[in-house]
Ligand binder design. Structure first.
Ligand code: TXA
Ligand code: MG
Length: 323
């Protein structure tokens, strides 16, 4: 199969027709690129799992453009409406109880469904033109680094899908925050650009919220994730030099991934910029760039609370390896 890179309005219309016909297309969102198919078509969902190489018990996120459409597929709670008003469209996914029209293939057999309203204009146009909710995981091969550019999607999925819509560099750069609204209290399952504190500030202490928002794991988070094809190691700021030297002593060519301030002192290095927002924006590109070296050493930023979401992805990429 030839994979077309779609750049025009006409291409978005063509992609929407492909989705309606049960095919898959990759499309940009503000977080990462998604691999989309008709969420109400079990066969389309099965294709997503097959193309990604993803375990079928790991549920998909369903993408919509407005809250009224969520009513068709899920039981929308007052908390969901408040979060929608505060953060959507944007990098937030909410887990709600599902309605029967959503096939088990889309939710990994769960009675709940993840919904998200992306802000990227190409994503919105695609969903609106398709006229169906679009199920989409990140458009990478399972376990590989999530794609933040059309070229990343092409690297992983060329020849396997008919179209990749071009939408530039993903603005946020890491996947949406996931909040589960099906339990007694809201629970953040995956950290992201919208923090648990911001969610708590909206839901407050009233009728709809009791106790703390705790952090738990999304079902997909149990799998190895976000891994570059070269070994990655976490190292404390003061151990970076010795970590790099240990790898070089093994005859390897390592690269350092660190904040601008630290990266400037080492070569070769890849900068994560000056702020936590920069780090979220750059981390996946940096991990892919690291694949042209033999190994990567990544600066441990756990001492800075604002880097929590970026560090979540870095810890997954290093899989607990430290130097
Ligand atoms: O930013 C994003 O959310 C991107 C873009 C494309 O929208 N999508 C994304 O999808 O990151 P994916 O499939 O890579 O990650 C979805 C996560 C998984 O960890 C999955 O387990 C969790 O969402 N999830 C989906 N449905 C769920 C459900 N019903 N209950 C609990 N977790 C769920
Ligand atoms: Mg993913």
């Amino acid at each position: 199969m030839i994979t077309k890179i779609g750049t025009t309005k006409q291409d978005v219309a063509e992609a929407a027709a492909l989705v309606r016909a049960g095919e898959l297309v990759a499309f940009p969102t503000e977080t990462v690129y998604g691999l989309g198919g008709n969420a109400l078509d079990a066969d389309a969902s099965r294709k997503i799992y097959a193309v990604k190489g993803r375990p079928s018990d790991n549920p998909l996120i369903v993408h919509l453009t407005k809250i009224e459409d969520a009513e068709i597929i899920a039981h929308v709670t007052p908390d969901a409406r408040r979060l929608y008003d505060a953060f959507c469209p944007g990098p937030l996914t909410m887990i709600l109880k599902k309605k029967a029209v959503v096939p088990d293939a889309t939710t990994g057999g769960r009675q709940t469904v993840a919904i998200r309203f992306p802000s990227h204009p190409v994503a919105r146009e695609l969903i609106n033109r398709a006229g169906v909710p679009i199920a989409a995981p990140s458009a990478n091969k399972s376990k590989h680094v999530s794609p933040t550019a059309a070229a990343h999607v092409y690297e992983d999925l060329a020849g396997e899908i008919p179209m990749i819509l071009e939408g530039g560099d993903a603005e946020v750069g890491i996947e949406s925050t996931i909040v589960d609204l099906t339990g007694d209290t809201p629970t953040v399952l995956r950290p992201g650009a919208i923090t648990a504190e911001e969610i708590r500030a909206v839901l407050g202490e009233g009728d709809y919220y009791r106790g703390e928002i705790k952090e738990a794991l999304a079902p997909g988070m149990k799998y190895k994730h976000y891994s570059p094809k070269v070994p990655c190691y976490l190292a404390a700021r003061e151990s970076l030099q010795s970590a790099l030297e240990r790898l070089m002593a093994q005859g390897l060519r390592p690269v350092l991934i660190a904040t601008e301030e630290t990266a400037g002192k080492y070569a070769p290095s890849i900068s994560l910029g000056n702020t936590a927002k920069d780090a979220q924006h750059r981390i996946y590109g940096a991990l892919r760039e690291a694949e042209s070296y033999d190994a990567a050493v990544i600066e441990d930023l756990s001492d800075r609370r604002e880097y929590y979401a970026a560090m979540d992805r870095i810890k997954k990429a290093t899989g607990g390896n430290r130097l």
